[in-house]
Design a protein around this ligand. Structure first.
Ligand SMILES: NC(=O)c1ccc[n+]([C@@H]2O[C@H](COP(=O)([O-])OP(=O)(O)OC[C@H]3O[C@@H](n4cnc5c(N)ncnc54)[C@H](OP(=O)(O)O)[C@@H]3O)[C@@H](O)[C@H]2O)c1
Length: 211
């Protein structure tokens, strides 16, 4: 997504957890366009430190993307290890929402706050279970984002993104859609929402997803 924004002429502040990432390659290819910050989403102190570093700056888009799945996605709540469950929740819900709380206020009034959710966060669409822990985390993320939106409803556009099943490390090689196809669509949907305050749960074609 950082590459997509840079390709469209934007400047990007992107976060990583380590060195030698594709974001570093992008920063080297596009001097002055990409700023890199270290951030582990599960570390509240790091979120606050980055918030302090960025204080006073305005952003058109903040997008919270980080997310994890438990090792055996088929595990039920009875089977998953407690620490694994907590790690998924700490990353996908607590970390994501702490980032929204910290960085959302830096978004300009006509900008957009985006959060990577998932169609698997839909309660209405959950007929057969599977991915119980991941589903629960994204449903909790959606609920927490709805609370945030209730407190900030007239301020900015907010998007929970359900991107579809995408070929990434998390999505796996069997996913039907590649990043090169999905990312420009996700970026288009985000940018289309600017200036329309309120929270929407959207797929990568901009259609309303079922809560
Ligand atoms: N792929 C799909 O089919 C699909 C569908 C719906 C939603 N999503 C969502 O899309 C988002 C991106 O996932 P992906 O498919 O691109 O998976 P991915 O390739 O596994 O990427 C996950 C990203 O999250 C980062 N991350 C994980 N824990 C973090 C932490 N504690 N602090 C900071 N960064 C952390 C990882 O950073 P490192 O590089 O440092 O490990 C990695 O960049 C996730 O929220 C996922 O739930 C994916």
């Amino acid at each position: 997504m950082a590459a997509e924004f840079v390709g469209r002429g934007w400047g990007v502040v992107g976060t990583v957890r380590g060195g030698g990432t594709p974001l570093h390659d992008l920063a080297a290819e596009q001097p002055g366009r990409v700023e890199i910050a270290m951030l582990d989403m599960t570390d509240q102190g790091q979120i606050q430190a980055l918030r302090d570093r960025l204080a006073g700056r305005g952003f058109d888009v903040v997008f919270i993307n980080a997310g994890v799945v438990n090792r055996r996605p088929s595990d039920t709540m009875a089977e998953v290890a407690t620490d694994e469950f907590l790690h998924v929740m700490a990353t996908n819900v607590l970390g994501a929402m702490r980032a929204v709380e910290a960085f959302g206020a830096l978004v300009r009034p006509d900008g957009v706050i985006g959060v990577m959710s998932s169609g698997q966060g839909s309660i209405a669409n959950n007929a057969n279970g599977v991915n119980d822990v991941y589903r629960a985390s994204k449903a909790a993320l959606n609920q927490a984002m709805a609370s945030y939106a209730g407190r900030h409803k007239d301020e900015r556009a907010m998007v929970l993104m359900a991107p579809g099943w995408i070929r990434t490390e998390l999505g796996g090689p069997g996913a039907p859609v590649g990043v090169e196809e999905a990312v420009p669509q996700i970026v288009d949907v985000l940018l289309d929402q600017r200036g329309i305050p309120g929270l929407r749960f959207l797929d990568r074609q901009g259609r309303t997803a079922l809560w």
